[in-house]
Design a binder for this molecule. Structure first.
Ligand code: PLP
Length: 486
């Protein structure tokens, strides 16, 4: 055999799999996933490891020679699940609980298999057009008008940053795209407004876009954790008087901690009066707009300029999948499109090129999993699951309200309950410590995982229902564990 022939054989033999080996390992993996999803409770929900444990259990250097894939899979089974916090566990109630449903997982598998990079239409026609269709389905499901055109990003943080970049681009007189912000004495300061309850991604977007943290004004929220529109009006008026340019308002539908809903219609009115871009962060709460009885949460959003909702949060699509809609597709494109010669295509304007809608040139085929999920559940299937999650949250909240040793700290607008334990005679500081310790003990149980925050200054526990495997018994178990601690 020639040296070239033996090299080719080595290259063929090592690393990648022939189709039969792929089939064999694929079956083994799918079996593993099916068993895992059948019983995620076999693991403690919160990983029982300390920082650095997994690093120490893994070789510090990469293998020089090819390893048998059996060994790799054995190591996965031995090392990774125990070092994982199991978002699939039905006792996962932390942050916003989520579900990467079966159809979504299979969609991910196929997306990896096709390995499409949808930079331009011709490099990924199916990814580009399926994204267009599935996002239009989702738009209809949420009751948004057809003027909203969507693209899929990795996260809501990215989507919000893009929305604010578009807000800046919407005023061509600023010439930020061409001239930037640095050293521009001709530009006024620019401001983005949101409530004190808005997600930190608004601040991160301001950092990334050169507006700076002081470019964000956080306005007071009321008892229902909704933005005060009067405060918004006052802030915009004061800024205008001081020569600051109001750029955008970010209204939240389903705030991160207490799931407050900002009054979108009134905010939209203010934005219209002042010619300010309105972005709606409905990353979590937007899902609920699938329900006819919850449509009111997006009332007024037809006047918004952009809106983000994350199907990977409460619509059973595996991470990552964030849908960003805008009524100004042209402005969004203007903010980011830049076509080097090697990416020009004969299709020209006849085709949508996803690279034009953000920083990333390459785009994953994320629409596949969204397509699978919407079709496998059907709109009614999704609605049933959302209703059930909201029922479980209400049930938990009613128990909290009935129990003199517990206190509800926020209205239950969706599927999240914010509460704390009370203790007679304890002052606020002691209550904080009592609840911190309670959370630690609950989470050490391995059966449940809740998260915490501060709500109007009080240390609060949060129970978020969003996992398809969560049943009433799991929610009741949290109460039992809390009561055992008393
Ligand atoms: N917006 C809201 C209201 C959120 O609660 C979160 C995260 O939980 C985000 C945005 C950020 O989401 P992502 O992780 O997709 O960036």
């Amino acid at each position: 055999m020639t040296a070239e022939g033996s090299h080719a054989q080595t290259v063929r033999g090592a690393g990648d799999m022939d189709p039969e080996a792929f089939r064999r390992f694929g079956h083994r993996l799918i079996d593993w996933v099916a068993d895992y999803l059948k019983d995620p409770e076999q693991y403690p929900v919160l990983a029982r490891i300390r920082p650095g444990d997994l690093v120490r259990a893994l070789p510090a250097e990469p293998p020089g020679d090819a390893e048998p894939f059996e060994t790799v899979l054995d190591d996965f089974e031995r090392l990774i699940p125990p070092a994982t916090t199991h978002w699939n566990h039905p006792g996962f109630f932390a942050y916003f609980a989520i579900t990467g449903s079966g159809p979504g997982i299979l969609g991910e598998l196929l997306a990896a298999a096709l390995n499409v990079n949808a930079m331009v239409w011709r490099s990924g026609p199916s990814a580009t057009e399926l994204e267009q269709v599935t996002l239009d389905w989702l738009r209809q499901m949420m009751g948004l008008p057809p003027s909203f055109i969507g693209t899929i990003n990795d996260t809501a943080s990215t989507s919000t940053m893009y929305a604010l970049a578009a807000a800046r681009e919407a005023d061509p007189s600023l010439r930020v795209r061409d001239e930037g912000l640095a050293g521009r004495a001709d530009l006024p300061r620019m401001r983005v407004y949101c409530s004190e309850e808005a997600h930190s991604s608004v601040d991160k977007a301001a950092i990334a876009l050169g507006l700076g943290l002081s470019g964000v004004r956080r306005l007071p929220a009321d008892d229902r954790f909704a933005m005060s529109v009067d405060a918004l009006r006052d802030a915009i008026a004061a800024d205008r008087a001081a020569g600051v340019r109001p750029l955008a308002v970010v209204a939240t539908v389903g705030t991160t901690v207490a799931t407050g809903v900002d009054p979108v219609r009134d905010i939209a009115e203010v934005c219209r009066e002042h010619g300010v871009w309105l972005h709606i962060d409905a990353a979590y709460g937007g899902a609920a707009a699938l329900l006819p009885e919850m449509k009111h949460i997006l009332e007024g959003s037809e006047h918004a300029d952009s809106i983000v909702v994350n199907p990977h949060k409460w619509l059973f699509v595996p991470v990552d999948c964030s849908a960003l809609y805008t009524r100004h597709d042209d402005v969004m494109r203007r903010a980011f499109s830049l076509t080097p010669v090697y990416l020009t295509t004969a299709e020209g304007d006849a085709a949508r090129n996803l690279m034009d809608y953000g920083i990333a040139l390459g785009r994953r085929f994320r629409a596949l999993k969204l397509w699978f999920v919407i079709r496998a559940f059907g709109v009614r299937g999704m609605q049933d699951r959302l209703r059930e999650h909201m029922r479980l949250a209400r049930l938990f909240a009613e128990e909290v309200e009935r129990d003199p040793h517990l206190e509800l700290l926020a209205p239950v607008n969706f599927s999240v309950v914010v509460f704390r334990k009370l203790s007679s005679g304890a002052d606020e500081e002691e209550l904080d410590r009592i609840n911190e310790r309670l959370l630690e003990r609950l989470n050490a149980s391995g059966e449940v995982f809740l998260s915490h925050s501060r709500v109007k200054g009080k240390y609060a526990l949060r129970l978020a229902v969003g996992n398809l495997r969560t049943r009433e018994r799991h929610v009741r178990r949290v109460l039992e564990l809390i009561r055992q601690e008393s």
